[in-house]
Design a protein around this ligand. Sequence first.
Ligand SMILES: *[C@@H]1O[C@H](CO)[C@@H](O)[C@H](O)[C@H]1NC(C)=O
Ligand SMILES: *[C@@H]1O[C@H](CO)[C@@H](O)[C@H](O)[C@H]1NC(C)=O
Ligand SMILES: *[C@@H]1O[C@H](CO)[C@@H](O)[C@H](O)[C@H]1NC(C)=O
Length: 332
Amino acid sequence: MFRLSLFFLLCALLVASSPLDSSAGAAGFTNPIRKVDGSDPFIVWHDGYYYFLSTTWTDARVSRATTIEGLKNPETKVVYKSTSRDRCCNVWAPEIHSIDGQWYLYLTAGRDGTTDLQRTYVLRGGTSPWDNYTFLGRVLNDWAIDSTVATIADKRYLIYSCMSVVQSLCIAPLLTPATIGAVSVISKPTLPWETVGAAVNEGAAVISHSVGGNNTTFLTYSASYCWTSSYSLGLLTLAEGADPLQMRSWKKSGPVMRTANGNYAPGHNGFFKSPDGTQDWNVFHATSNREGTCDGNRYTMVSPVAWAADGSPSLGNPLALSRTLTSPSGEK
Ligand SMILES: *[C@@H]1O[C@H](CO)[C@@H](O)[C@H](O)[C@H]1NC(C)=O
Ligand SMILES: *[C@@H]1O[C@H](CO)[C@@H](O)[C@H](O)[C@H]1NC(C)=O
Ligand SMILES: *[C@@H]1O[C@H](CO)[C@@H](O)[C@H](O)[C@H]1NC(C)=O
């Protein structure tokens, strides 16, 4: 009994002294950042603001605030809404990316009443993410959701969830913001933790990290069916110099983030830098529903990315919503 209490006391002390928690003086924030429609979140820091996007199903919105805590009451503008039959509906997973100094918005949309016709579309913005966006076009004619843009060894790629018998991850060179080269599959859901409820790989996000001149590219993705508590994040590792278009170049591990502390089915993450550029942060969604969920009842959480000595990322599992976290470095 005594030993048990001592154990819990030690645990409590360890938790209390964790650098994750906000200490006196440092600004802090609490999760969730967005309570409803926090699905498929994306954040980028640019020029004094965090820009935030998530899935609303009906439109795409860009929100912004100067602090993570401030994203709970951000400025918001609708940047995409369409009555066009082919892309009116199921508007999912908007992301903005800077390509040669110009911002572009990638999103998934399709027809009313079906998710079988989901396609990736792109809009052109301005030199600030806050500028208006004009519709450019459809990027490819196949089922393609959750598109993201990544630069690997100075070449730009579109990475998305594609249908290759089962829901897999595909990659293609991005030739212009609206056109791609030859597509290849880089990951299929084959492992037990990728196939609960349904075989799914989706929601890719790319981050790179350099240790001792060894610059490795990592790709996180969501695995299993979102309507299960097994929905979780997997990791693909691409060694420096390896060809990102070859499936064998990507080494799979995981899950690297899964249900914990009352936050079920964590997934569809994104990475962003702290305002001072020194830290990496993770934004993702989770739900309090024990069965998981695929709908708007998913909230957005933010947590720091730690880097292990061998250069690999540690995302950790979702922390309890009662925790106050220290804000990203450089927030004013
Ligand atoms: C952006 O869109 C809004 C709303 O449609 C419009 O009022 C505004 O004039 C536009 N701004 C620019 C710079 O085009
Ligand atoms: C590492 O590689 C990524 C992707 O190619 C690149 O964006 C980044 O600048 C590189 N970082 C370093 C420190 O070389
Ligand atoms: C580079 O870093 C990766 C990821 O941490 C590691 O797996 C690999 O062994 C490293 N390569 C070298 C040459 O150090």
